[in-house]
Design a binder for this molecule. Sequence first.
Ligand code: KDG
Ligand code: MG
Length: 418
Amino acid sequence: MNQKPESGHPEQGASRDREIVDARVIVTCPGRNFVTLKIETRSGVYGLGDATLNGRELAVAAYLQEHVVPNLIGRDAGRIEDTWQFLYRGAYWRRGPVTMTAIAAVDVALWDILGKMAGLPLYRLLGGRSREGALVYGHANGSDIGEASEAVGRFIEQGFRAVRAQCGVPGVKKAYGISSGRAYEPAESELPVETVWSTPKYLETAPKLFERLRADHGNDVELLHDVHHRLTPIEAARLARDLEPHRLFWLEDATPAENQKSFELIRKHSVTPLAVGEVFNSIWDCKHLIEQQLIDYIRTTIVHGGGITHVRRLADFAALHQVRTGFHGATDLSPVCMGAALHFDTWVPNFGIQEYMFHSDETDAVFPHDYVLRDGRLYCGESPGHGVDIDEALAAKFPYAPKQLPVARLEDGTMWDW
Ligand code: KDG
Ligand code: MG
């Protein structure tokens, strides 16, 4: 397990510096829950990885604490690939969100250590810059079409070039993506809030929203929309077709994608670009979607997709089929994930867009970082590693608060996809 160099080997001193001597799981709730893995080497250099799985935080914390950390102590932090293979291939029970989020935390922390030891920002380790900054999209929403359009206008005024738009649906009490005043945080309570969903009412409203947005804001701004898995394949095909005149950048999660072939139906009826994959954990979840060019953007990001080591393979595979990246970036992914994602975005040749919601001031204080937003793009910093740290003393002041994501039912009470 512990690859100790033979005595007299030239790497011996360096390898001893890289020996992992401690790994700790830090759970904190500066406004919302985050799980962070901190790996320390004998030399004192440490790395951080995000391990946050919204509403299931303690499952990943326990997986790391009980089953991963004991395997890390004594390992060479420089053996990133071998550690990834050990945690993935070596585990009989592989894949799934809990396992892949735990692996991601280790992987990102090790890349962070590698960058710090090399004195290089992460994007340079990956192969260097492909662009100056990463195009981002913000989240605009409103209780009705008019409010949503005003919200889109505010994003454009702030310099955003791309905006996701969601609005309330008449007759639906709690439509997806609508905030009640403060920033949108769906995991609201200890037990899931039950929402009610009406597909016919939604299908009436969504095209009208985008007709209005184009009338109010013109064609220069990129517009995106998230269906959040609510439609059947044929309903999704109808929506994608109805939205065609409004030229969306993408339509996201139009139908659940466990059955990857279901996207063939949507493709048959529409040229609206499709994005999928924030709930995927591995290349196997999207292999058919990518190979058959059934999607245009893959959303699987570093924290839930096994880290940089695996998502890099996914992105390279996607590039062969002209599918571009569009990483998940909601606030339940910590600044540690965002920092790593931005270095990846800066390097990856087939970059599409990066989702970005502002974290709260408390979260930004717990996770000091060097990435900045300018004119609708996010720029990663030049500090070694991924450029995100944790203030552990401050983190300890925000204890874990159990919260789960909502569920959805149809009007007759049938459980539906949230
Ligand atoms: O934890 C769930 C959220 O990250 C998700 O609901 C946000 O769909 C989402 C998005 O596209 O940001
Ligand atoms: Mg989404």
